[in-house]
Design a protein. Structure first.
Length: 238
């Protein structure tokens, strides 16, 4: 995923009474926040991953493992990530809670993007809700972009019977998604600082770094935490 402009919004996110910082735990080759549930998100950029090793991987003195993984499925009208099928099957096989995401292109018809995702992603019981990854405004402006993503979210929820999650970075959230229009959705926020994101009271995932080091993954990988317990995570699954 792309992550642009979060630094200039560091003041938008401040430490709250329940904030946890990266200073407490050393894991995955970096300083990580202290949460019970950790996960990764992957795409073709990580190439072929040994998910069997990932399922048994532990990092740091607290032996933190990977509980969930979001896998890139589709982008725009027709793109299918070349490793999606492999990652989708292997995460399930090795008992990693899996989710699929679509990278939304605002200049492309939203109905076509819905069709692209539905064509390739078959959810099963225990899978995480579909994710809409929105990071671009597009040439038609914010009103058109919002109309399109609302349509995608609505149709995906109708098809799968579960409310999708919105992924974005802190900058984009504040500029375009922080109003009442998307209040009913959970957010997954990319925010690479020491303090937890306060973008929305209903944020449920926090992507805190894209510099993770994990055995069996050749390149750096994005690291995430879930806000609650394993039971909370399972409660939002299909």
């Amino acid at each position: 995923m792309k992550h642009v402009g979060w630094i200039i919004f560091i003041l938008f996110f401040s430490v709250s009474g329940t904030a946890r910082t990266k200073k407490v735990l050393n894991a995955f080759g970096i300083s990580a926040p202290v949460y019970e549930i950790h996960g990764i998100d992957v795409s073709r950029y990580q190439e072929k991953i040994n998910w069997k090793e990932i399922s048994g991987f532990r990092s740091g003195k607290d032996s933190i493992g990977i509980t969930f993984a979001f896998v890139k499925a589709t982008e725009g009208q027709s793109l299918l990530d070349k490793y999606f099928k492999y990652n989708w099957e292997e995460t399930k096989k090795h008992n990693i809670i899996r989710g699929a995401y679509h990278y939304y292109k605002p200049n492309v018809n939203s109905n076509l993007q819905v069709s692209n995702f539905i064509k390739h992603v078959k959810l099963q019981t225990g899978d995480l809700p579909p994710v809409l990854d929105i990071e671009e405004l597009g040439k038609y402006g914010s009103a058109n972009m919002k109309k399109g993503i609302k349509n995608w979210l609505k149709q995906i929820e109708k098809h799968y019977g579960v409310k999708p999650i919105i992924y974005t970075n802190a900058n984009f959230y504040k500029k375009y998604l922080s109003g009442k229009e998307f209040k009913k959705y959970y957010f997954w926020i990319a925010h690479y600082t020491h303090t937890i994101p306060r973008a929305n009271s209903d944020w449920i995932f926090w992507q805190y770094s894209d510099k993770g080091v994990i055995k069996s993954i050749r390149s750096k990988v994005a690291l995430n935490v879930h806000k609650g317990s394993r039971e909370d995570l399972l409660s939002i699954c299909k």
